[in-house]
Design a protein around this ligand. Structure first.
Ligand SMILES: Cc1ncc(COP(=O)(O)O)c(C=O)c1O
Length: 411
């Protein structure tokens, strides 16, 4: 049998999210109720003004400039400058079908090595493998809020002297829902060692204290900011993301433009037009309400699930928690998550998919299994929902949490 697949691609396995979805579907087809705590998607509708902008631009049909339309890039530059006190101009912005695509292209074109904090989002490692860039996991701990310490980074800088390095950071992060507290010291080490930082800010707008914090504040010349519409605007399926690239890294922007022109060409024109409204419009009320709900629901799960057998950190943003189930019953977190799904009907993703050693009993829990549209319609503006509201409008979260608590008592 001929081999059609390149060696580096062959080493990749189907994503964990797909595997858990397959298993969940199988259980559902057998009539079992599954609590979908494995899948990370915004439960909220896209803001009305953004939907209207899309409707009004449905007739747009021309190919757009590779980097994205000028007015969209201007509005993205203004949006990000306002939040980070950077000074990006429209030329520094590139628009893509989801930020994932630009990250992928970055790995494809970049010649160097990648530093990944464990835990990290599931796609960073496969991107590095496809791009044939060596990657290095830095195992973080709860003591540092699941972000690398300055000592760990100093050590890596010594080991990898004179190499081109990209350090990927994501705060608040997927999978722990925690925010980085040591941006300044990380930035200082990055600056001293000429690391490039890829700051994945896809969840930053969903920070519960509503303060947008970016490492670019401390290292603007070396930080690429990545974000988009998928999480804060509830528009994952629209596929619109961007990179803001500092002038110093113009070579990288040039490389991304070439790769974009030879792959996706440009993002869909109606979506780009609607995105202008997303980035320009004032969505404060929408965001206060959506983050208020996520904050209340996340804290409900956190307060109820934490015990002497389940360690968790209070969520600070996004829509994930990363519980650790203390036990010696299971050999791997995957085995444990299979058991949780079988016994309690709650789907979680194993910590091993986020860069942890398989024997660490961590899992990612996404608390988005509720109807965000109905929930939004039933809260008073600016008021955080109480437990009664959570019970009424997020019943799967309440029941799934109860089942997880019961399961954890069997450990
Ligand atoms: C940490 C993180 N970064 C990036 C992405 C990709 O987002 P996009 O929809 O912009 O490609 C996701 C989506 O799940 C994510 O969780």
């Amino acid at each position: 049998m001929k081999d059609f697949t390149k060696k580096n691609i062959k080493s990749l396995k189907p994503s964990a999210t797909l595997a858990i979805n397959e298993k969940s579907k199988e259980l559902i087809s057998k009539g079992k109720k599954v609590y979908k705590f494995g899948f990370g998607q915004s439960p909220f509708p896209v803001p009305n003004s953004v939907i209207s902008a899309l409707k009004n631009n449905a007739d747009k049909k021309d190919y757009m400039p590779i980097q994205g339309s000028l007015s969209l890039r201007q509005s993205v530059a203004e949006y990000i400058n306002k939040r980070t006190s950077n000074n990006f101009s429209s030329e520094d912005i590139i628009i893509s079908p989801g930020s994932k695509e630009l990250m992928f292209l970055l790995h494809l074109g970049f010649d160097g090595e990648i530093l990944l904090p464990a835990p990290s989002w599931v796609s960073y490692e496969p991107h590095a493998i496809i791009g044939q860039n060596k990657f290095h996991w830095i195992e973080t701990s709860v003591e540092n809020n699941w972000f690398p310490t300055s000592n760990q980074l100093e050590q890596k800088a010594k080991e990898l002297k004179n190499k081109n390095i990209i350090l990927i950071l994501n705060s608040p992060n997927n999978p722990a829902g925690s925010s980085c507290k040591n941006f300044e010291e990380i930035a200082n080490i990055a600056k001293k060692n000429n690391f490039i930082i890829l700051s994945d800010e896809i969840y930053t707008e969903l920070t519960f204290n509503r303060k947008y914090n970016s490492i670019s504040k401390y290292y603007p010349e070396g930080t690429i900011i990545s974000s988009g519409l998928s999480k804060w605007c509830g528009a994952g399926g629209w596929r619109l993301g961007f990179f803001a690239v500092p002038k110093n890294l113009g070579q990288i922007l040039k490389m991304l433009k070439i790769l974009a022109s030879e792959s996706f060409t440009a993002v869909s024109s109606p979506i780009q037009a609607a995105a202008i409204e997303a980035f320009k419009g004032d969505h404060t009320e929408y965001l206060n309400s959506t983050t208020g709900i996520l904050d209340a629901v996340g804290n409900y799960v956190y307060e109820n699930l934490k015990s002497n057998k389940v360690l968790i950190q209070k969520p600070e943003g996004g829509f994930y928690l990363m519980p650790e189930f203390l036990n010696s019953k299971f050999k791997t977190s995957k085995e444990m998550c299979d058991n949780i799904l079988d016994k309690s009907g709650v789907a979680l993703l194993p910590g091993s998919d986020f860069g942890f050693k398989p024997n660490k009993m961590l899992a990612r829990l996404s608390y988005t299994d509720f109807d965000g549209k109905t929930f939004l319609q039933n809260i008073e503006s600016g008021k955080k929902p109480d437990h009664e509201k959570i019970k009424k409008f997020a019943p799967n979260i309440v029941e799934g949490t109860k089942r997880l608590i019961e399961w954890s008592k069997t450990l």
